[in-house]
Design a protein around this ligand. Structure first.
Ligand code: SF4
Length: 196
């Protein structure tokens, strides 16, 4: 048992070291690219999140939860993005306390130009499709394991969600009690609950 624990420990150290090196590379690269547009990494990260999340998850609170930052930091971040014209606020149709954050065309063009950065795509291009698929699957598996074992919000998509119900006329979310479009089901959600 001691030997198994030691081997697991060594593997987790190795995975951690590799991911840390990758994170540093990507963050440094993103910092450089973002600064060309006067943006901090966190501002780019918030904009990127808003391009990935569904219509139930595009609120300041969801951005705060996803980025793991304070409300104050996220509020400042969103103000900068709005001022630069990369996002706009939109009140919820039914609940006036809710504000949605919508990416503008300029914001989408910026993300297209910056994410993923050439540093990353060049590296990926040098790998086979099979290797890219294996890495993608393994990283997703690790992400789910970290989220689950630490009881964190999973921010997954509808296809792996407990609340997603397949009906004869399409998909339906039993939590928000709304039909889901094809667009909805490919985006990430703050209410996502992994199927057990
Ligand atoms: S099915 Fe799950 S992931 Fe999809 S909208 Fe509903 S709660 Fe969110």
């Amino acid at each position: 048992m001691f030997l198994v624990d030691t081997i697991c420990n060594m593997k987790s150290h190795s995975i951690y070291d590799t991911l840390e090196r990758l994170s540093n590379l990507l963050r440094t690269d993103a910092r450089g690219k973002g600064s060309e547009y006067g943006l901090q990494p966190i501002q780019l990260e918030a904009l990127h999140y808003l391009s990935l999340c569904n219509r139930f998850s595009d609120t300041p609170m969801a951005v705060t939860e996803y980025l793991g930052q304070t409300k104050g930091t996220v509020s400042q971040t969103l103000k900068v993005l709005e001022k630069k014209g990369y996002l706009r606020k939109q009140p919820d149709d039914n609940d006036k306390r809710l504000t949605h954050l919508k990416i503008t065309d300029d914001g989408l063009a910026l993300l297209k130009a910056l994410i993923p950065t050439p540093l990353f795509t060049n590296g990926c291009k040098s790998l086979t499709n099979k290797a890219q698929t294996e890495i993608d699957n393994a990283l997703k598996q690790l992400l789910v394991a970290i989220m689950k074992s630490n009881k964190m919000k999973s921010f997954g998509a509808c296809h792996s969600c407990y609340h997603n119900e397949k009906r004869t006329d399409g998909y339906f979310c039993t939590l928000v009690k709304k039909p889901l479009s094809i667009e909805d089901i490919r985006l990430i959600c703050r209410e996502h609950k992994e199927i057990a």
